[in-house]
Design a protein around this ligand. Structure first.
Ligand code: 13P
Length: 231
């Protein structure tokens, strides 16, 4: 990986952070974002508002926790490091205190399969990790367990973690999960909504895989799927 590639990733971090603010996923100095580099990660600095952040402010950190940069890394470097180390499918780790995900997290509630789109986070629910203080190894351990077989999880009394192969897909999933959380919180106003069945969800997972929907790998049109016209 060249210096130029690092520059592109630094720009990607800054642009994605600005997008997190623009979409309302984030506010103030809450939230953090990382991208994998060989042997480590590029990560947002701690306590710096995203509107002020430039590419020079991004911190390079290796998996042994040594870092280079003008700032200290995000206080949540442990879960960023541990997720990137444990999960080959992940290049980007995104954390926010987005409002509706956090409303559920303060109630220690997972997002169940009340809506089929829960499947885009990889399973039949989006788990809520037990509470641990921010910046601790305990929080990282809980997050990693809650992410087992999943692309996203809530953090009890704290917020949301979303992972992805690219900035675009991680941001897309963060908006989807926050929207699901918003729908679930509103649905609860008239009672606990019924769940889709295991069979319903198995069909949705298969449909996502078959159609290359959202986070799934892009597939060529097969069977009854539409094909791009060649000219
Ligand atoms: P940092 O500014 O250290 O990244 O912390 C923000 C946060 O959201 C902690 O969970």
């Amino acid at each position: 990986m060249t210096r130029d590639h690092h520059t592109i990733l630094r720009q990607g971090i800054v642009e994605t952070c600005r997008e997190m603010n623009r979409t309302g996923l984030n506010q103030g100095t809450s939230g953090n974002l990382s991208h994998r580099i060989p042997g480590g990660m590029l990560i947002t600095p701690t306590s710096l508002p995203y509107e002020q952040m430039t590419t020079d402010d991004i911190v390079a950190m290796d998996f042994s926790a040594e870092y280079e940069g003008n700032h200290r890394p995000s206080s949540e470097w442990r879960f960023h490091r541990d997720i990137l180390k444990a999960r080959d499918d992940v290049n980007v780790v995104l954390h926010t205190h987005s409002t509706f995900s956090t409303i559920l997290a303060v109630h220690e509630r997972a997002i169940p399969c009340f809506h089929y789109m829960v499947a885009v986070a990889g399973g039949n629910d989006i788990r809520c990790a037990p509470y641990a203080c921010f910046g601790t190894q305990a929080l990282s351990d809980h997050a990693l367990a809650a992410l087992d077989g999943r692309k996203a999880c809530l953090l009890g009394h704290h917020g949301l973690i979303v992972t992805g192969p690219t900035f675009e897909k991680a941001l897309w999933l963060a908006v989807e999960v926050e929207t699901l959380a918003k729908m679930y919180v509103h649905a609860l106003a008239i009672g606990e909504p019924p769940r889709l069945t295991e069979a319903d969800m198995a069909q949705v997972h298969e449909q996502i895989r078959r159609m290359g929907y959202g986070q799934a790998p892009d597939l060529d049109g097969v069977g009854d799927l539409p094909r791009l016209k060649s000219v």
